[in-house]
Design a protein around this ligand. Structure first.
Ligand code: PMP
Length: 419
């Protein structure tokens, strides 16, 4: 085994795919992180040794443009207090699967609150969003007369759920990204006796674009499939109440299954599925990642509950976030659709170099490379948070210009239609 593991690592190194971990010190806001000098140096060296010249020698504060904490709630005082109070009162909570005692009154209250946010009959919490997707797809699609239609850019957890289901006889069909005509043709070709599940991310995490939810719901009326939407990146971010992209596009009622995570804009941890009471019952009996995994800890549940309340009481956080999206888009001369804004630079080396140059100037904007994205489309993935200020965005733009990553002057882009 030692030899085999070593050879795997060598292969990854040769392909430039070997990942390493960088320990960071969390900051006091979701927009900042501290980094020790030796970590900063090792990190920059890995990206681009030349950029190490002039690197700050002290441990420095980095403006963080890589977090999925889009509303900055992970550091909100109410969220932090709720977690602290809960752990002092209840400890971590019963450490067992929800079906054998890990389910508390707080889990139930959070499920009710999320069902209310998503306007569904019920909701079920999961240990992670990854587990939620795997459970939905594998539990619904394990028989031989089911076909899953999945967008080609869907998240890995949907792909893995679909692979699991197809091993158990469900059939997997992948449609071209957001191509409704392609999906329509594939649906027409599917035997009428098959039950059909169409599943898509709502906000795609590497491109920052939205699923064509209007197109999908029109096809749902035509073909009568079950529509599942993964709102991992859109919950709390989109829609008047923060209900997600389905709310923003006015199609919530036509989405059968709303999957989400508590680990991004909710600022806590865990996943959930908002759906009918019947589907909840099926998932809690047949969703293996639910049944055979320990329920969420009580402080995490309390934090998420507090975040739901803050989401109701402070909609201005979302307004601020969208103002930053527009500001960044204008500065880049692009139509930024969402808080995820990719800057595609092409080669892996170029992306790594750009990321290192920004590190040197105190900004953490990660380079995203294959296999996460297609070869030749390596990019800087900028993610915005309500914890950023307008000055943060302006200084990032300034740094991008100084590094030559964007031109000194950009033509103003058409503004995004949404807010
Ligand atoms: N779906 C999407 C679209 C995601 O981006 C992610 C996380 N990267 C997940 C699901 C998984 O969520 P979690 O991190 O809660 O497991």
């Amino acid at each position: 085994w030692h030899g085999w593991i070593g050879s795997q690592i060598e292969q990854l190194r040769a392909q430039d795919l070997l990942r390493t971990l960088k320990p960071l010190i969390p900051g006091r806001s979701a927009a900042e992180v501290l980094v020790a000098p030796d970590v900063l140096r090792a990190w920059t060296e890995e990206c681009d040794p030349q950029s190490c010249e002039g690197l700050p020698t002290e441990g420095s504060l980095l403006r963080l443009f890589s977090s999925n904490d889009y509303t900055g709630l992970s550091c909100h005082p109410s969220v932090c207090r709720a977690a602290a109070d809960a752990v002092l009162r209840h400890g971590m909570g019963p450490r067992s699967s929800a079906v054998v005692g890990g389910y508390t009154f707080l889990h139930e209250e959070l499920e009710r609150a999320l069902a209310d946010l998503k306007q569904t009959e019920d909701c079920l919490l999961f240990p992670t969003g990854f587990a939620a997707n795997v459970a939905v797809v594998s539990a619904l699609c394990s028989s031989n007369n089911v076909t899953i239609f999945s967008d080609e850019l869907n998240h890995a957890s949907i792909i893995d759920g679909a692979r699991l289901a197809s091993r158990q006889q469900g059939k997997l069909v992948v449609y071209r990204h957001n191509d409704m005509q392609h999906l329509d043709r594939l649906l027409l070709a599917c035997p009428p006796s098959h039950r059909k599940l169409v599943i898509t991310d709502s906000l795609f995490s590497m491109d920052g674009d939205f699923a064509d939810l209007a197109g999908l719901t029109a096809l749902r009326r035509k073909h009568n499939f079950l529509l599942a939407v993964d709102e991992a990146h859109a919950t709390f971010v989109c829609g008047e109440r923060g209900g997600g992209a389905a709310e923003m596009f006015g199609v919530s009622e036509e989405v059968d299954v709303h999957i989400g995570t508590l680990s991004k804009a909710v600022g806590a941890h865990g996943g959930f599925v908002a759906c009918s009471a019947a589907l909840k019952s099926l998932l809690l009996n047949k969703g293996r990642p639910y049944v055979f995994s320990t329920a969420l800890t009580v402080p995490v549940v309390a934090a998420a509950l507090a975040a739901v309340r803050v989401n109701e009481q402070e909609p201005e956080r979302r307004d601020h976030l969208w103002r930053l999206v527009h500001r960044l888009g204008q500065g880049l001369g692009v139509r930024a659709e969402s808080p995820v804004v990719p800057l595609i630079v092409g080669s892996e080396a170029a992306a790594l170099k750009a990321s290192a140059q920004l590190l040197q100037r105190g900004f953490y904007v990660p380079a995203i490379r294959p296999p996460t994205v297609a070869p030749g489309t390596s990019r800087l993935r900028i993610s915005l948070s309500a914890a950023h200020s307008e000055e943060d965005v302006d200084s990032l733009l300034q740094a991008l210009r100084e590094c030559g990553i964007i031109p000194a002057q950009v033509a103003p882009a058409a503004m995004p239609v949404r807010a």
